[in-house]
Design a protein around this ligand. Structure first.
Ligand SMILES: CC(C)(COP(=O)(O)OP(=O)(O)OC[C@H]1O[C@@H](n2cnc3c(N)ncnc32)[C@H](O)[C@@H]1OP(=O)(O)O)[C@@H](O)C(=O)NCCC(=O)NCCS
Length: 170
């Protein structure tokens, strides 16, 4: 499954905020509208729309700040119409590769609602393993890239890693 990640532009942002997860998944992830606003405000998040061929199928966002040594996958959603076709796996593979190339990065982190078994299984297949932490009600998972332990400065783990956070704005 090939996907491309494209920047958010005037030509695609309306379609991006119109993407929808399934009714039962609404509490799993913030709305794309919220995520785009967050990215505009925090100035570190990298939001992208996911395309399968010419069709927009989802949204992904990540960040890494040099000196913090930890990369974050902060959002991932695939529109309900396009789930189960391998789009999330392909988009995540691309983002993991991008993050792994960041200078000084030591680990990659994300989180999910404890009931979100699809997310857990997807993340586990990329080596993102439970750390035992539960932050803002979400399970933290992390992939360690280097032996040296990361010690991120200037942010809390809850700052941007939670996928479900702000799901209330739907
Ligand atoms: C989780 C989500 C991103 C998966 O997207 P997707 O494109 O359907 O996933 P893929 O087809 O690429 O499948 C990748 C893996 O996810 C897991 N997965 C996907 N759907 C699943 C399901 N219904 N049950 C269990 N595992 C599932 C599997 O491990 C799967 O790998 P496999 O096909 O080798 O078994 C999608 O269901 C979604 O957008 N959910 C709502 C938002 C969300 O939960 N985002 C994550 C927030 S932390």
């Amino acid at each position: 499954m090939a996907v491309t990640l494209r920047e958010i532009t005037m030509n695609n942002f309306i379609e991006c905020i119109g993407l929808r997860v399934g009714e039962a998944q609404k509490n799993c992830v913030a709305s794309n509208m919220h995520s785009l606003a967050e990215a505009k405000a925090d100035k570190v998040s990298n939001p992208f729309v996911i395309y399968g061929d010419k069709q927009m199928v989802g949204f992904i966002m990540y960040d890494y700040t040099i000196g913090e040594h930890r990369g974050y996958l902060s959002r991932l959603m695939i529109d309900a119409r396009f789930q189960g076709k391998g789009y999330a796996r392909a988009a995540l593979a691309e983002v993991m590769e991008r993050l792994e190339r960041m200078p000084g990065i030591r680990d990659i982190q994300t989180s999910f609602d404890p009931e979100n078994h699809a997310a857990e299984s997807l993340y586990a297949s990329f080596g993102l393993a439970r750390t035992g932490e539960l932050v803002d009600g979400e399970v933290i998972v992390r992939l360690k890239l280097a032996e040296q332990r990361a010690s991120p400065r200037g942010r809390s783990d809850s700052a941007n890693s939670a996928c479900r956070k702000y799901a209330f704005d739907r």
